[in-house]
Design a protein around this ligand. Structure first.
Ligand SMILES: [Zn+2]
Length: 153
């Protein structure tokens, strides 16, 4: 799944529970739950197998997705200031919601394709439920909208 829906749900958990003991483990666990929702994302793994690295267009999509995810996180964290605890919890939960993907970056972009990181990439691949781009973008848009509705309701 793209990073933006992951952080949207992580942020919602931080805002709605306000409790680090609940929100921190839930935001990390939500990553694996959302990867089970049928989705579409660039095919880094297949491209890396075929061409030795991800395609330019896939990297571009991922960079834009990461920038949107960071901007959303900072925007919502800022909105809850001066409640520093809440803002900080938003930052932590956002980070944890995407951590399982972020630790794969060296595999795809720094040629670290062995050992634990390879095992992790194989595991993450095995839990994905992928569908075509139309349905796969729609499900992610719904996750983002529902999460933000939850944040602001
Ligand atoms: Zn993932």
């Amino acid at each position: 799944m793209l990073e933006t829906p992951h952080v949207a749900l992580g942020i919602a958990m931080a805002v709605k529970t306000g409790n680090p003991w609940v929100a921190i483990p839930l935001s990390l666990a939500s990553h694996f739950l959302l990867d089970r929702v049928p989705h579409w994302n660039p095919h880094f793994y297949t491209e890396t197998q075929k061409f030795g690295q991800p395609k330019k267009i896939s990297t571009y999509i991922a960079v834009v997705d990461e920038m949107i995810a960071i901007a959303l996180t900072l925007f919502i964290a800022y909105k809850f200031m001066p409640d520093v605890n809440k803002s900080f919890l938003i930052l932590i939960c956002s980070l944890l919601s995407v951590l399982p993907d972020q630790i794969k970056i060296p595999y795809f972009f720094c040629n670290r394709r062995f050992g634990l990181i390879k095992k992790w990439v194989d595991f993450e691949r095995s839990i994905q439920v992928e569908v075509g781009p139309v349905w796969g973008i729609l499900t992610q848009t719904i996750v983002v909208l529902v999460s933000f509705y939850w944040v602001f309701s």
